[in-house]
Design a protein around this ligand. Structure first.
Ligand SMILES: Cc1cc2nc3c(=O)[nH]c(=O)nc-3n(C[C@H](O)[C@H](O)[C@H](O)COP(=O)(O)OP(=O)(O)OC[C@H]3O[C@@H](n4cnc5c(N)ncnc54)[C@H](O)[C@@H]3O)c2cc1C
Length: 463
């Protein structure tokens, strides 16, 4: 069956559009989860028609198909764990239309997030989803993972900023869903369903993105606190104000310690946490907003507060936060990075619990994240591929996820499920909802060829 599939694939695509040699396919078996599996073939789609052709071939022969953007995903979602075909969208890089009058950009899935931002900026707009990986992640990947970043606090995630999609479902049929307008209520909302579905329901070939005008001014503030409670209290105070910051980021004391050590930064010795706040607006003068934020930051645990007045000062404030990833990588190249979410009022309970877990399991845990959304990256600084540490980490994560659910939270705010979290999703999704999701999957993908082994719990899959 596989041989017949490969023969037909070679007849269907130009020679420079596919790989079948394992040495060539090898590099298309990774993503940022650092897991790997070897595909039998890789096809580079150049058009919607190529996607249809590839999906129809896989459907005919019952071959697994894994879509791939730029493989920056952290959950193994783009890894071909059952072999078969990797369908790379990286060559579909066209900006099909920039329609300023309707505040819309129409793009192919392989366009980088940063490219969308650069094109939109020339017209005075931006597309709100701003993952830190913007320079090397694709719009197709953003859509499939419902990516977000600091700005989602004010402007929403990928879901809130996408009007419509074209996609190829599991039998090769093309669906067009959503609208070209900012309103539209006809039919079920398949656009929102496809967004975040991690390539398990369809392959996205075109997206209608909703653009937002660039704010005229943005101001950045930073506050150091003695402990987590004081920072958490400030975060809830900030979010209780009648303005929404366009960013509210948090890092804990372990992270500050690490930055001090590895980035040689001059940070207060007594700092047990730090928050960064950004406000933006159409007026040049944001002094009233800044004053509100400054007041919200005040409490007994505040050590210092600063507001940047120039671009250089802004870069200096952000440099500390930005040096964190590098510091973490140099200290612990194989960390486990979770991205749980809890309601804002439960942030202290979550953060304190991670410190309890750190003691119980004798693991260093570093927390940082998009605090305004309650989205905390809980980093376990251990090598998950070490067999003893791996089982310890799993037990620790199991407890962490139970706590997150007990705090009315969610297991993932932006990274998704992929392989990494599929064994835990039943903690959050009820059996009835899970059954319905599986039935929906079967309607979109009757032969279960689209990204099999992801998203749903499946203990039988070898990874
Ligand atoms: C350093 C770093 C920082 C990051 N920061 C953030 C962050 O701030 N916020 C955030 O949300 N994420 C972040 N991420 C995660 C990741 O970058 C995002 O999830 C991104 O959206 C993935 O895009 P990609 O093109 O790399 O997709 P891939 O990793 O290639 O694929 C991800 C999933 O999308 C599917 N897919 C890809 N293209 C299509 C398509 N056209 N149709 C259907 N399915 C498709 C794949 O099958 C897979 O399931 C970060 C990652 C790194 C490495």
């Amino acid at each position: 069956m596989l041989d017949a599939f490969i023969t037909k694939l070679k007849q269907s695509f130009a020679p420079n559009q596919f790989y079948t040699d394992p040495a060539d396919c090898w590099v298309y078996g990774y993503d940022n989860s650092r897991r790997h599996a070897l595909a039998d073939a890789v096809v580079f789609a150049l058009s919607h028609e190529d996607i249809v052709k590839a999906v129809k071939l896989c459907y005919e022969f019952g071959i697994p198909l894994t879509a791939r953007g730029r493989a920056s995903g952290t959950t193994g979602a783009a890894i071909p764990i059952q072999g078969g075909l990797v369908l790379s969208l990286e060559r579909m890089q066209k900006i099909i239309a920039l329609d300023v009058a309707n505040r819309v950009m129409v793009v192919e899935p392989g366009v980088l997030n940063s490219h969308v931002q650069a094109i939109a900026k020339q017209a005075g707009f931006f597309w709100p989803p701003d993952p830190t990986s913007s320079a090397y992640c694709s719009i197709g990947g953003n859509l499939s993972c419902n990516a977000a970043g600091p700005r989602s606090l004010k402007y929403g995630t990928t879901r809130e900023n996408t009007l419509g999609l074209t996609a190829v479902i599991g039998n090769g049929d093309t669906i067009e869903c959503g609208v070209y307008t900012t309103k539209g209520v006809v039919g079920y909302d398949l656009t929102r369903l496809l967004i975040g579905s991690e390539g398990t329901l369809g392959i996205i070939s075109k997206a209608i993105l909703k653009l937002t005008p660039l704010p005229h001014t943005k101001r950045t503030m930073r506050a150091f606190y003695r402990d987590i409670e004081a920072a958490a209290q400030a975060i809830t105070q900030i979010m209780s104000q009648p303005i929404t910051p366009c960013g509210c980021e948090f890092i804990d004391g372990n992270a500050i310690h690490m930055i001090r050590k590895h980035a040689n930064a001059d940070l207060p010795e007594e700092a047990g946490s730090m928050i960064m706040i950004e406000v933006d607006g159409s007026s040049e003068d944001l002094s009233a907003d800044i004053a509100l934020m400054q007041k919200a930051c005040q409490n007994d645990g505040l050590i210092s507060w600063a507001c940047a007045h120039t671009a250089a000062e802004t870069d200096k404030l952000w440099a500390i936060r930005k040096s964190l990833s590098q510091a973490l990588r140099s200290l612990s190249p194989y960390k486990i990075n979770e991205d749980v979410v809890v309601p804002l009022s439960h942030i202290p309970a979550l953060l304190n619990y991670t410190q309890e877990l750190a003691k119980t399991y004798d693991i260093t845990i570093v927390n940082f994240g998009h605090a305004g959304n309650g989205n905390i990256h809980v980093n376990l600084l251990i090598d998950p591929f070490d067999p003893t540490l791996g089982s310890k980490a799993k037990a620790c994560l199991n407890q962490l996820f139970d706590k997150v659910i007990a705090l009315q939270g969610s297991l993932s705010g932006e990274h998704g499920v992929g392989i990494e979290k599929r064994d835990f999703v039943s903690k959050e999704i009820s059996p009835a909802s899970m059954k319905l999701m599986q039935q929906i999957k079967a309607q979109f993908d009757p032969k279960h060829i689209l990204n099999p082994g992801k998203f749903f719990p499946n203990k039988d899959i070898i990874t």
